[in-house]
Design a protein around this ligand. Structure first.
Ligand code: ZN
Length: 192
């Protein structure tokens, strides 16, 4: 199978025409999307796709957090934060991506899947990753305030839990943190 048929980001890249003009009514993001080499489909590659999703969130005026899920080497889910647009506090990138991945795989158990997310998951999303029996989770930067996979606390350390997720952090850490910090500085300037 040609993976480009399965990769939701591939279509989006064509749509965007690379770094094409921003659509009307869409907020411009000062950070360009990443174009990682497709020859090296490692953690940095997949986190770059999550980063590009975070830029999509910025363009919709949402806190720029993005996520992708990879299963058997294919991207099966690709989502960004949509809390504002959907008026739903549960519409975090990870929650949407977990739902998409379960549909794509045809199983609520995601043991064989890896979720890449640009920020350490909150209590809700860390819990969802464990409840979904997610195999592996890679996040970019730690959230000392709300992160629940090591930042503020660690739900993965519940001693009697049925499942523990393999966690890896620090992939594209500076890039993903700068995006969120710049977004909040912009918001602070606007609200002055
Ligand atoms: Zn969350």
């Amino acid at each position: 199978m040609d993976w480009t048929d399965e990769d939701p980001m591939a279509e989006r890249r064509v749509e965007d025409g690379g770094e094409g003009p921003v659509r009307p009514g869409v907020r411009e993001c000062p950070f360009p999307k990443l174009h990682p080499s497709q020859l090296n489909r490692d953690d940095v590659f997949f986190m770059s796709l999550a980063y590009n999703q975070a830029i999509e969130a910025w363009r919709e005026d949402e806190v720029p957090v993005g996520a992708v899920v990879v299963y058997e080497g294919q991207v099966v889910a690709s989502a960004h934060n949509q809390v504002l647009g959907s008026g739903d506090a549960t519409a975090h990138a990870e929650m949407i991506a977990i739902t998409q991945a379960s549909r794509a795989i045809g199983d609520w158990r995601l043991n064989g899947a890896t979720l890449y997310v640009t920020k350490e998951p909150c209590p809700m999303c860390s819990g969802a990753a464990i409840m979904a029996r997610l195999g592996r989770l890679v996040y970019a930067f730690q959230d000392p305030r709300m992160g629940c996979l090591g930042g503020a606390t660690n739900l993965n350390a519940l001693p009697d839990a049925w499942h523990h997720v393999e966690v890896c952090s620090g992939v594209l850490e500076d890039e993903c943190r700068s995006l969120v910090q710049a977004f909040f500085s912009m918001k602070r300037r606007e609200n002055k």
